[in-house]
Design a protein around this ligand. Structure first.
Ligand code: DC
Length: 232
């Protein structure tokens, strides 16, 4: 039996997909690749260059021009991927609240998505990778050997994001986080191109029902038992 070499994990913000992806990658000695970082890099770059986020043409031109590299972390400061923009390390800049607030809008632009999808496939096609995002199982790597769609209630996800932010010593407001999360969910799920939804052959896990350790165990079980599509 040939085990999957590409694992796609999709789901809404703060559903636990990054933690799952990171732990699964570590367990399997695969690369962990958070594809949302690419949309974040474009957003950060647009903000830095004074480009209006609703100026689709300029944001798209920018996305096609810049070189974004996402790779295994080389600095031990809590990051789970390095992000480089034209060679500059922006691994923490892409986590700024201003990026959070604008990245969903940027990710609706068709030319931005096309540019990012090409870059993501290039890395995915090398194999031995756990890719985390919104459209990995549906669009970017539709032949992935294992697809997991991880979800959780908006209340639970907002609570997690609140705890994470506070743990980093930053101020956080639960109500505000919940409002912003609902807004992002709505944009991510209703966009015309590559909306957030489970692939028909994805395993859907609701993480409200499980601890993160249980989710990781479940995913490892599915990985060992999955061999039913074109990659196997
Ligand atoms: O996972 P995240 O919060 O870092 O993602 C940031 C944004 O990028 C989010 O609004 C959805 C979008 N995204 C996407 O559209 N497709 C992906 N494969 C990954 C992220």
């Amino acid at each position: 039996m040939k085990l999957p070499t590409v694992i796609a994990i999709d789901g809404p913000a703060a559903s636990g997909k990054s933690t799952l992806g990171e732990r699964l990658a570590k367990h399997l000695h695969f690369l962990y690749f958070d594809t949302g970082l690419m949309y974040r890099a474009v957003t950060w770059c647009a903000l830095m260059n004074g480009i209006a986020i609703d100026d689709e043409l300029q944001v798209s031109d920018l996305a096609e021009r810049i070189q974004i590299d996402v790779q295994a972390p080389t600095v031990d400061d809590g990051r789970i991927n390095d992000v480089f923009l034209n060679g500059r390390d922006i691994s923490w800049e892409v986590r700024q609240p201003e990026v959070d607030a604008n990245v969903s809008q940027v990710s609706t632009y068709v030319r931005v998505r096309t540019a990012m999808t090409i870059q993501q496939r290039r890395i995915g096609e090398r194999g031995n990778v756990v890719m985390v995002g919104r459209d990995i199982g549906t669009v970017v790597m539709p032949d992935a050997g294992l697809k997991i769609y991880l979800t959780a209630s908006v209340m639970e996800r907002a609570r997690r994001r609140y705890e994470e932010t506070r743990a980093r010593g930053q101020p956080a407001n639960l109500e505000q986080i919940m409002r912003s999360m609902k807004r992002r969910d709505a944009i991510d799920s209703s966009r015309m191109i590559a909306p957030l939804k489970p692939a028909p052959d994805a395993i859907v896990i609701d993480s409200d029902d499980y601890s993160i350790d249980e989710v990781v165990m479940l995913a490892i079980d599915y990985y060992r038992n999955t061999c039913n599509n074109s990659e196997c």
